[in-house]
Design a protein around this ligand. Structure first.
Ligand code: NDP
Length: 277
């Protein structure tokens, strides 16, 4: 019998997750179906409970429901606990198990696909929303020299750091939060844009001096060049978009559900070609 999975969000029509999971399933010979489900903004729990009733095995969760997914679960992986948010739920008997694969996806894309080691590097994480929160702890586990979180609303960056500090052992990594103004005079080896500013082509208030020599500038957005990517490219940084992270976080979810790790490079290429990215 075909095992059913889905991605739940609002909006959801743009989601590439069905294409990715269908490609993984073909490649690994897994008998699954995977669809997009639009949940009403006030109806996430109800939607999930209905899917469980229908025998679905799990769901991916996207904006704006990752925090609600965490609340709904009754079992948590350390990555879900670290983020306080879930992008992957698995249903078995009476259990709703929460995972957060965004961070693992980002780290894997940076280290395996882009071949940039995080250990010993000065990392700048721009943004303190759900995406930034999901990747902070996994980035730490890769032992960078420092992670600076900068956010327009400073309190959110400070809160995010405090939460993760309370849950993790960081070794020698220096962790700090600051305003955009306080970045003046600083340079970083890895700069990650985890803001949604690129969605409406807004430029971030950053100087071109933040990109150190051989810097990797990573934008979690994909589909077009953002002002952040352009600034980084014009200043000699290696630039990557978030498509690799998207495919890698999906591969982690697929592994959690099916116990099989799909090959990701060909799928990334497929999605890029389909989207003409
Ligand atoms: P949230 O809405 O939770 O957070 C948005 C963040 O962007 C906040 O830190 C916000 O700052 C900041 N921000 C928004 N506009 C501006 C601006 N004009 N100037 C400076 N900062 C700004 O969104 P998410 O964290 O869920 O998503 C962020 C991005 O990451 C999106 O583009 C999303 O598509 C992408 N993403 C990609 C994934 C992938 O697999 N590639 C996975 C998950 C997300 P403030 O707190 O001050 O409001």
């Amino acid at each position: 019998m075909t095992d059913q999975y889905a991605v739940i969000g609002n909006p959801i029509a743009h989601s590439k997750s069905p294409l990715i999971h269908e490609a993984f399933a073909r490649q690994t010979g897994q008998d699954i179906s995977y669809e997009r489900i639009l949940a009403p903004l006030d109806g996430f729990d109800e939607t999930v409970r209905e899917l469980i009733k229908q025998g679905y095995k799990g769901v991916n969760v996207t904006v704006p429901f990752k925090f609600e997914a965490f609340q709904l679960a009754n079992q948590y992986s350390s990555s879900a606990l670290g983020a306080g948010a879930a992008n992957t739920l698995s249903f078995k008997n009476q259990t709703i198990a929460a995972d957060n694969t965004d961070g693992a996806g980002l780290v894997r894309d940076i280290e395996q696909n882009l071949n940039v080691q995080i250990a010993g590097k000065r990392v700048l994480l721009i943004g303190a929303g759900g995406a930034a929160e999901g990747v902070l702890q996994p980035m730490f586990k890769s032992k960078p020299k420092s992670i600076t979180v900068v956010n327009r609303t400073l309190d959110k960056a400070i809160g995010m750091i405090k939460k993760v500090e309370a849950q993790s052992q960081f070794g020698n990594t220096i962790l700090s939060a600051c305003t955009f103004e306080e970045l003046q005079g600083q340079a970083f080896d890895i700069v990650i844009n985890a803001t949604s500013a690129g969605l409406n082509d807004t430029a971030l208030p950053i100087l071109n001096t933040i990109f150190a020599k051989d810097c990797l500038a990573y934008d979690m957005m994909y589909g077009r060049e953002t002002p952040f990517m352009k600034l980084a490219k014009d200043n000699g940084a290696q630039v990557a978009d978030g498509l690799g992270m998207l495919v890698e976080q999906a591969a982690e979810a697929f592994y959690i559900w099916r116990g099989v790790r799909p090959e990701t490079h060909s799928v990334m290429q497929q999605i890029r070609n389909l989207s003409q990215l």
